[in-house]
Design a protein around this ligand. Structure first.
Ligand SMILES: [Zn+2]
Length: 249
């Protein structure tokens, strides 16, 4: 049963047939890990906290820099130099004090993720690092946890989700086989427009909520290309690759 405060706080979504009181309770009992509290993680985390996701794990080893403030909307000018995970947790707790929020001030290493991912129900990959993305993919696949991945460069975004709960692919490595260190490119070397991160990060939060409510997840095994300059959306179905180094047989 939802308390009267909860009914009031979440009334505008509880009144939706897709949510209802039962759905709100599913959200309240969900545990979600957000890796990367930058341009994508900021809107994703704000919406998931506001929606009443019961437990949020925030993973980021970075500190807030002046150049982050153009797009990382969790942070204000007076937060410069502070830990992103800690400030994000404070901001989200102010938005919704009724949920449990755990900051993890560290980079997502494979051994750490292996221990932690099995303790959550869903992972959001909001990093801008291809090597970490492949690590998250591998760990989620082995732990049988769903993951919602996204990236944005310039005005262009990509979004794709995988549900590994049945121990099957496809996975991110089917789509982009790991190439090694040479491919690493992130938004510190390429430009990015802030609202495009807002759009795509919000889509990640939407997909997470749909998954947790047992609704169809539109980006499941489908690479969505989101061109915010022309408002064009394209979806490409991803087949499993039997020779994939992660999910292949
Ligand atoms: Zn694969």
């Amino acid at each position: 049963m939802l308390s009267s405060k909860e009914l009031q706080r979440y009334s505008r979504q509880v009144m939706l047939p897709q949510v209802g009181e039962e759905g709100q309770q599913k959200l309240a009992s969900a545990r979600v890990m957000i890796v990367g509290l930058g341009g994508l993680g900021s809107p994703a985390a704000l919406y998931l906290a506001a929606a009443g996701i019961g437990e949020l794990h925030l993973v980021d080893g970075d500190h807030i820099d002046l150049s982050n403030l153009q797009r990382q909307v969790l942070y204000k000018t007076n937060h410069q130099g502070k830990s992103k995970a800690v400030v994000a947790a404070q901001q989200l707790a102010a938005a919704n004090p009724a949920i449990r929020i755990y900051p993890h001030c560290q980079m997502a290493s494979e051994p750490w993720l292996r221990e932690r991912v099995k303790q959550v129900d869903l992972v959001l990959d909001c990093t801008d690092n291809l090597e970490i993305r492949h690590t998250i993919n591998r760990v989620c696949y082995r732990a049988g946890r769903p993951v919602v991945m996204a990236s944005v460069q310039g005005f262009s975004g990509q979004l794709i989700s995988f549900d590994f709960s049945e121990g099957k692919g496809p996975c991110y490595a089917c789509l982009f086989p790991p190439q090694g260190e040479a491919e690493v490119q992130n938004c510190s070397t390429t430009g990015v427009i802030g609202p495009a991160l807002g759009v795509v990060g919000s889509m990640q939060a939407l997909e997470a909520i749909k998954y947790l409510l047992d609704m169809p997840v539109s980006s499941l095994n489908k690479l969505h290309l989101i061109e915010t300059e022309a408002f064009a959306l394209q979806a490409l179905q991803l087949p499993s690759h039997s020779h994939c180094s992660v999910c292949g047989v």
